[in-house]
Design a protein around this ligand. Structure first.
Ligand code: HEM
Length: 502
């Protein structure tokens, strides 16, 4: 009895002590720094409104109206500065780029990245710079030849006939997943799979479940002490999925390592192995220590999973918009018929002539931003943005969704209008200032040069082949699905008519 009272008292004392320390820390921060304003946040828990919100970009939009485009909010214990307009984003990511180039340390992410050994979530260190350089070079080598077009055509030739068999209303997700998966699978591992391949089915299920769970966040990331005491079922499930995904990439990497031949570089994985062999020949011990199996498989996992998720979600949006906007769809198809015809698939070289098609995809990426709040950044030093102070180690989020819906930059914000991206001659014009789906600065999307031709060709090829409509009675307005930091269209069905009967 006495023991339990003492231990209860101890717990209370510790908790109160912690609370006092936190309040003092917060007051000191307020006194020392002129931080951006923001809503009331509870110590440790953060903002109640954020916890309750369905989408982060939406609640951030609400705060912007009240506090302006730069505000502070606590997400659990993470004091976060959110940037909601292009001026503040450019100031942070372009003008003061090194200051904002770090990533916050989040436990669940640390598990997936085997201790931050990847690119996307790694700290801004010389090792990160080396990996980004090597991975960028490998991707450029891949894009230099006609590899990407071949891989794309192979993937589309496999998927389109399967899709054409659909009679009546169906959900196109599986086909889009297969198109994207096979392209990234070929880029990374030189392989292609069938629609019912267990590896594909299993990976997509795990990837989607994990994306949804990560998008909603984990209580354990808010209260890291929980990892040591007790973890939720949700957290244990996602960790099991991470383990499986890591094992899959590990197996593929080991197979490549065993069969590697420097005269025949088959894919991105081979390019990374080659970079390591070159470091071995140069006896560059320092570089070699940063090119361990773990580092290389984490780089591959980044390219594979970052590429699949963003691309599939962008295409879910694009197809759904086209199904609800028959006039725009017809214009896209007229252009493709005129430039490419119906006897061959669109190729990389057609892209510059398919301006309206490209503009339509850009508009789908604006209205249906696949990474609405991007990947969180963190400050490397005390710095400034929008006239406010941002202390070292503050989490910084970019609200890409807000940039893409800012009425100061977009007329009739909610209207789907591809001509925003065209000049007076109907050609693709300069990038609109507040269009930033791939972000900017030191951590700008590494896959942008792959994603742009990849998405364009998949989209153009689907549009060339099928007229897409919504089942009778469906509201043409797109409803948003996903939650937290992940957005996608709510599950939908379409009906397709084959425009090229084969
Ligand atoms: C629609 C397609 C895509 C979109 C909208 C997109 C968007 C983004 C965004 C917003 C970031 C975070 C940038 C920042 O931290 O400020 C990012 C990072 C990244 N993306 Fe993409 N991405 C796309 C496709 C791809 C593809 C196809 C790949 C791989 C081939 C890829 C690989 C990466 C990597 C590795 C990073 C981390 C960069 C770093 O931290 O240094 N992405 N992407």
């Amino acid at each position: 009895m006495l023991y339990s009272i003492i231990s209860a008292l101890n717990v209370q004392t510790v908790l109160i002590g912690l609370l006092v320390v936190l309040v003092v820390y917060k007051l000191r921060q307020r006194w020392k720094y002129n931080m951006p304003p923001g809503p009331f946040c509870w110590p440790l828990i953060g903002s109640y409104e954020v916890i309750q919100a369905k989408y982060l970009h939406e609640i951030f939009g609400k705060f912007t109206q009240k506090y302006g485009p730069v505000f502070t909010v606590s997400l659990g214990p993470y004091q976060t500065v959110v940037l909601n307009d292009i001026n503040s984003v450019t100031e942070a990511l372009v003008k003061s780029k090194a200051d904002f180039a770090n990533r916050p340390s989040i436990h669940s992410v640390d598990v997936l990245t085997e201790g931050g050994k990847d690119i996307a979530f790694a700290n801004y260190t010389p090792t990160w710079k080396l990996h980004r350089k090597i991975a960028g070079k490998a991707l450029r080598q891949y894009l230099a030849g006609n590899h990407l077009e071949k891989v794309l055509h192979d993937s589309m030739n496999k998927c389109l006939p399967l899709m054409a068999k659909e009679k009546g209303a169906f959900n196109p997700e599986n086909y889009i997943d297969l198109m994207v998966f096979n392209i990234l699978n070929a880029v990374c591992f030189g392989e292609s799979v069938e629609l019912d391949d267990p590896e594909f089915v299993n990976f997509m299920k795990m990837d989607k479940d994990a994306t949804e769970m990560v998008g909603k966040g984990f209580v354990e990331d808010m209260f890291p002490i929980m990892y040591k005491i007790w973890t939720t079922n949700k957290y244990r499930t996602v960790i099991k999925m991470f383990d499986e995904i890591i094992s899959l990439v590990k197996r593929k990497f080991q197979e490549h390592d065993k069969t590697f031949n420097s005269d025949n570089i088959r894919d991105f994985t081979d390019s990374l192995i080659l970079a390591r062999k070159e470091a071995e020949q140069e006896e560059n011990e320092e570089m070699l220590s940063q090119l361990s199996d773990t580092h290389l498989r984490q780089t591959i996992l980044d390219i594979f999973s970052a590429g699949i998720d963003t691309s599939r979600i962008t295409l879910y949006f694009a197809v759904r918009y086209m199904a609800g906007l028959p006039e725009i769809q017809s214009k896209v198809q007229e252009e493709i018929d005129r430039v490419v015809g119906k006897d061959r698939l669109p190729g990389i070289k057609d892209r510059e002539k398919l301006s309206y098609t490209e503009a339509t995809l850009h508009e789908a990426m604006r209205l249906g931003t696949a990474a609405p709040v991007g990947v969180p950044h963190s400050t490397l030093c005390d710095t400034k943005v929008g006239g406010y102070d941002v202390p070292k180690d503050t989490m910084v989020m970019i609200n890409h969704w807000a940039l893409h819906h800012d009425p100061n930059y977009w007329k009739d914000v909610e209207k789907f209008d591809p001509t925003r991206f065209l000049d007076e001659n109907g050609k693709l014009g300069m990038k609109p200032e507040s269009w930033l789906p791939f972000s900017a600065g030191r951590r700008v999307c590494l896959g942008e040069t792959v994603a742009k031709p990849e998405l364009h060709l998949i989209f153009a090829t689907i549009m060339q082949r099928f007229k897409i409509t919504l089942p009778e009675g469906t509201d043409p307005e797109l409803k948003l699905g996903g939650s937290g930091g992940v957005t996608m269209p709510a599950t939908y069905e379409v009906i397709i008519t084959d425009r090229i009967k084969t």
